[in-house]
Write a protein that binds this ligand. Structure first.
Ligand SMILES: [Zn+2]
Length: 50
């Protein structure tokens, strides 16, 4: 699926009120709040080298 909102990154980068970059789940890809969280868990696991 091609997502124009997040360009298939599943998250969109925004800034919080302090101006720090913050990734938030893409509202288009993450309507139920599940898909992105699972993918982010996978990415974290891969980053730990497991
Ligand atoms: Zn998206």
């Amino acid at each position: 699926m091609r997502c124009l909102t997040c360009k298939d990154e599943r998250v969109i980068w925004t800034k919080d009120k302090w101006g720090s970059p913050t990734a938030v789940p893409c509202p288009q890809c993450n309507k139920n709040g599940k898909t992105v969280r699972e993918e982010m868990n996978l990415l974290e696991r891969e980053a730990e080298g497991e």
